[in-house]
Structure formats: structure tokens, C-alpha cells
Write a protein of this length. Sequence first.
Length: 305
Amino acid sequence: MDLQGKRFLVTGGSGFIGSHVVDRLLERGAREVVVFDKVVRGDNLEQAGDRVQVLEGDVTDARAVLEAARDVDGVFHMAVLPLGPSVENPRLAHEVNVGGSLNVFEAAREAGVQKVVYSSASSVYGDTEETTDESHPLNTRTMYGATKLAGELYLRAFNDAYGLPYVTLRYMNVYGPRQEGGLVMAVTRRLLAGEAPTLQGDGSQSFDFVHVRDVADANVHAMASDVSDETFNVGSGGEASVREVAEKLIEITGADVEPQYDTSQRVLMMRRVGTNTRAKEQLGWQVSIGLDEGLRDTVEWVRTR
């Protein structure tokens, strides 16, 4: 799809990743982007300009989603109940992440969109010692991962039954400006406040950390490509431990502290790293921001606020 002059719906579009997708769509010449969000974070959209239409609404409201999707060419479904709240309230996780996704897919079908790009998560793989590719067994043990996987399967079924084109993206550990939680942001804020960060476990757990602007770019590549009915990992292709990330942030901030470790807390995930080869080959997407550069970018963003 040529993105120039097209109109797109981004559910969760004022959030962390969604707002960066909005930025990237506007850079690529989208005529208009409709942001549909339950809680609109206006500061994340302050640079967006007059080509953005903001609609307050909940993906669990089928009628509101249907109205938001009217006359759009493509849909980025990013609205989600995150990991922590999904554990605390599994019924709400089902209503938002499964029922809400069904509403979005039905609206996309009704609107006759050219493609849906669905934000899934590497949580669908579960805790893995292996480096995962997209054919790796799906062994999620969390409510969040289960609901994201359900969304994947619903979308595949919509493609088979109704011919709805789609691409699913499974994110690794996303970090960067505008993030509210997560390891990188939590450690950065404590360091800039002159406080030592406290890390769960012994810090040896390791992940693929990928910068949010690269993730946004993967979304745009997925929409623009001719690829459909496919699933891709979105990660940097690298790996770093929690301890290593904390030490890098201490060096960047110049903080005179040492990280503290809380081995009494249960560590939910020891390793999750995925290969991004398929996304490179089939979507033509490349990572552009390395971990050191991305951490510096994040620290500077926090400092300016």
C-alpha cells in the first residue's frame, strides 16, 4: 500500500508506541490519522499537527470502534491492557484484549480496510532459553500473553473467513521516549533523582531491547508492504541483561550509585530474545538505533521533562 494520501486508524494512538506510529505515518505522507484512545495523552501528540483526529473511546464499545474505522484505509490495533493489570484483573484483560480486538477486526472488515497491523507481544512464546523465531512453540503462561495470542488467532480466522488482510507483529522488549513504565524508564527516573535502582532477582535475566522508533517503523513497513497473513518478530536482534542495562544507564547519567538487587521477588521471565530475520527479509525493515544510542536518547528525553 502506498501510504501517501491515505487515512489510518490507530487504536491506542496516543500511547507509548502508538504515538510514535502516528508520527511515522505523518512523516510518510498520510492524509489523516485517527487516534482512538480511552485515555488521550495529549502531550504525546503535541507535535502531530492538524492531520490528526482524536477520538476518545474504548475498544470494548463496538459501536464507537465501528464509527472510528469509517472511511479508513488501514488499521493499526495497539490499544491494550498491559501485563501488570492483566494479571491483576484477568476478566478485564479478556474484555479489552480479546473482546476489544474482536470489535476492531469486525470494524475493519465492515470498513473494507486494505490491511490491519496487529500489535502482539513476544509474551506469546513464554519463558524460553532458545532464541525464538516465529515458528517457535507458543508457551505463554500469563494472562497477558494468552489474550494477545487469542487476538492473533481471531485475526487469522478473520483472514480465512472474510479475506481481511493483516500482519501480526510480536514485539520484544520495547523502550524509549514516552514510555510510562518498564525497566529502562524506571531505572532512569531513579538515577536522575539520585536514587539507587532496585532490580528484581540477581539482574541476570536478559532480553532483546528494541527502541520504540524502530518498532514504529516496523509497523509502517508492515502496512506499506504487500505481505499479508504473516507474523513477524520485532526486535533489535541483540541481547542484554538487566544488570548490563542498569550499568549502562548509571554510566550515561553519571549517577554515583550501585544497583540494588531484590532476590526475594519472583522473576517472571529469565530470557526472551527473538530473531528479526523474517521482518528484515519480507518487510524490508532494518533496526537503526543501537542500545547505547537508544538509552542515551531515553535519558535525554526524561531529563527534558
